[in-house]
Design a protein around this ligand. Sequence first.
Ligand code: DGL
Length: 272
Amino acid sequence: MIGVFDSGFGGLSVFDKISKQSPDLNLIYLGDSERTPYGPRSKETIYEWSKQAIDFLFERGCQLIIIACHTASNSALRQLQQDYLPNSKYKGRKILGVTIPIVEEVVLQAKKRVGVLATRGSIKSNRFIEEIKSRNSKLEIFQVASPMLVSLIEEGYSDSVACKQFIKHYLKPLKNKQIDLLVPGCTHFPLIFDQLQKKSGKNIKVLNASQIVADKLKDYLSRHPELEFNNKLTGYREYLTTGDVDLFQEIGHRFLKTSFAAKKVVLKFKLI
Ligand code: DGL
């Protein structure tokens, strides 16, 4: 079983691509919609809440967890992989994220200047800059926090005039820096991919981040036959939320593009 974890609804856009790319995989989605968004939270809170979700999915029988949330991947994943997992009872299992697959593609495709649109938490972590620079120190990276887009997309206003104006507003400083590649570094941005490409213009390539993650996961699994999952691959799907089930199904539909039945679960709630 593979667990896909996100701060709330947006990770369903990544889940959708993984599910279509590898229909036979047994997949559980867990969205912490009760406590979303993670973007404006402190590093400590993002780590603690992500750890609770990871523990839950491991307890549920997952051998591999994909952190689909860019904020949690950027801010908490390294600490979870290096400090937490090796010393936990889940040692030997795997946690992957979305940052490295995207960065690997950035260094292949960028010419000189890379623009990143992401949450405040992702940007504060500096993770994109560190990972890109460690692979190609000549690339210049410019980041813009774009929190309004998360709310607009989540509330169903992806096609609204307001959303288009905010896209223009957030892209302006990046276009001024003459970026040649744009990283839509947030789970919500697949829903505005076409608009991002249109408003970026022909000189900027926009990465299809969720598709990259799905493709690289398929490749990763083919290179790791030892992860041959205990259960038979039956295309099992389960959708779990920490929040209101009806709301999760309603908003989740925008990201998954199909109806689904969710169940409510309780994580160890602790405000830090
Ligand atoms: N899932 C988050 C991300 O991809 C966006 C929503 C949030 O802030 O929790 O960064």
